[in-house]
Design a protein around this ligand. Structure first.
Ligand code: FNR
Length: 211
């Protein structure tokens, strides 16, 4: 794929869309989604879920994984001089059209690393990059409530940051041995259900961008 910058300023392209060359001719308008996984674990089920889910999206959607493991601990003293990793995080969120949070539940809430990233990109006052970005939320755990409380806490935080979150269908997932197939894709038993979620998410994001 070749990135073309034609007719618009680079800043407009980075905030609205990328134009990617389409092999069949013409250009395909790309909707860019920032994917934020709340686990740093190497074999994270949530990262695996994010990867499998994004493979169900249509070709006009591009998903960019956002690194949050190298961010410093948030310290308000640094607001006027944010670290390069924080600036990188903010640039990535700023240039995305939408957000996808895939997070485990830690002690009935969201992991500290995720809250740390959200706090960083919300500062300094008046310079939050979150506002108005439509977000999908889901998560998988080994526990029976399937991240329900973590997701609800995340919705509270995002509501304050003016991030609209898709409400239905809710996705509270408990991992089991058939959840992923040998290639890391969603297993056949659940694939239609996840395709339905992705189709609804795609339509909802498009609606927000158009509105
Ligand atoms: C957990 N786990 C967990 N699970 C759950 O359903 N509700 C919870 O409140 C918690 N709390 C919790 C706290 C901490 C500190 C850890 C490390 C784990 C278990 C969790 O679901 C499991 O470790 C998942 O595998 C974590 O997701 P990833 O890392 O596989 O994406």
């Amino acid at each position: 794929m070749v990135l073309h910058i034609t007719g618009r300023s680079a800043s407009q392209l980075s905030t609205i869309e990328a134009l990617l060359f389409c092999p069949k001719g013409g250009f395909m308008s790309q909707t860019v989604i920032a994917v934020i996984v709340g686990s740093l674990r190497k074999d994270s089920y949530n990262r695996k879920l994010a990867d499998a889910l994004t493979r169900l999206a249509p070709p006009e959607f591009t998903f960019k994984h956002i690194e949050i493991g190298d961010l410093p601990l948030y310290n308000q003293d640094d607001d006027a001089n944010q670290a390069p990793t924080v600036q990188r995080l903010k640039d990535a969120i700023r240039s995305a059209d939408g957000l996808l949070f895939v997070t485990p539940e830690y002690n009935r809430s969201i992991p500290g690393v995720l809250k740390n990233a959200i706090d960083h990109a919300s500062r300094p006052p008046g310079q939050s990059v979150w506002g108005g970005k439509p977000a999908g939320i889901l998560g998988i755990s080994i526990g029976q409530i399937g991240t329900a409380l973590a997701q609800q806490h995340l919705r509270n935080v995002l509501a304050f940051l003016d991030v609209p979150t898709i409400g239905q269908p809710e996705m509270f997932l408990q991992v089991n041995e058939n959840f992923f197939d040998a290639d890391g894709n969603i297993g056949q038993g659940s694939k239609a259900f996840f395709q339905g979620w992705m189709d609804r998410y795609v339509a909802w994001v498009k609606q927000h961008i158009a509105g």
